[in-house]
Ligand binder design. Sequence first.
Ligand code: HEM
Length: 431
Amino acid sequence: MHDQPATPAAPACPHAGGAPLPPPMPELFTWEFASDPYPAYAWMREHEPVRWTELPSGVGAWLVTRYGDAREALADQRLSKNPVHHDEPEHARGRTGIPGERSAGLMTHLLNIDPPDHTRLRRLVSKAFTPRRVAEFEPRVRELTDRLIDGFAAKGEADLIHDFAFPLPIYAICDLLGVPPEDQDDLRDWAGMMIRHGKGPRGGVARSVKKIRGYLAELIHRKRLDDGDDLISGLIRASDHGEHLTEEEVVAMCFVLLFAGFETTINLIGNGTFQLLTHPGERQRLQDSLAAGETGLLATGVEELLRYDGPVELATWRYATEPLVLGGQRVAAGDPVLVVLAAADRDPERFGAPDVLDLSRRDNQHLGYGHGIHYCVGAPLARLEGQTALARLLTRLPDLRLAADPSELRWRGGLIMRGLRTLPVEFTPEG
Ligand code: HEM
């Protein structure tokens, strides 16, 4: 197995001339940690940058916190995404942040496979999910965004997670996939069950996943008979050297697109808005630039929000296929490795003043969308949604403010994702 971390020695007596010990590491996985994990990550980066850690599920993993090591690990082909490389106890869940995938037979998707299968599926999805398709979707995202803001703009208050950040990505991806409008509320509710009940009885989650799987299989079957211009039809048609996605593969692909892009985008809008509302100087700069009709600060600003407080705190599980050395630490074959994107993106070795939110930051090669062959397929869509959501909110509700003390807000305690449960705001009602 892995090398256990060295047991800390007793505090050195200053009179004995011993080097002072580092301050104790802040406790992980507590309520305080969920609210602000950055001090614990700073400690790990400095003192134990590749650290064996027991997770709340009882499973251990190496947590990688330095930017250089993180990039290396994300690109290292000896770290597999396929869980067969780890004999994981039954109680360990949430490898991809997608609950219930195993019970619904949805394990064979991009985030759980390696080359050459990954290369083939990735090439096929790239043929259908093109930057052009996303660019053409811009007016629709704006329309959806405005429709959701219409729903609360006259009230003077809202919970921006429930009323805005939650419905926007699910409606957007449903539209893009080609889910008929009359079915979209069902998908929204099933998807909501999955993440809202993530900590509740597993049965509810598994039932929702099965419903979504069944629905997608049936929709894909219909689209095979009568295809259109949507993404599902594009996935069915996509071919590479005569190869197509099988029916099962189209279902798993739609599922991963739906879910990899769902909670992540909720959190981009939620965390991003929260950070703007608690950094009034930066928010004002952005508001002024939007009022002047500029979009440059919006584009760099959304990237900075991803770096500063991104939606994906830890990249998904990886498993060493052979013994290797990572950041000077020996990792044994079969050991799980988790790259802490949130820690890497605040590494002072890589970013100047990493704990400062600077919306105009230029040298900003953050890892919020990952790195290497699993780099986010949906990044162009996420950027479009994040930029549109923040721009429309700040333009339509210019005096938007938090309606609670920041310390009272509750963060979801999941391992992979970082996001708020609620974001109560108030503003002068529109109209
Ligand atoms: C702000 C929003 C988003 C963030 C921060 C984000 C972040 C990420 C990250 C960090 C990864 C790599 C995970 C790893 O290597 O372990 C990833 C992969 C992926 N993302 Fe996103 N994502 C976002 C939105 C989306 C959207 C909107 C979609 C699709 C509609 C999407 C689809 C995917 C897929 C399919 C993968 C797997 C790619 C592969 O394994 O080849 N994501 N994303």
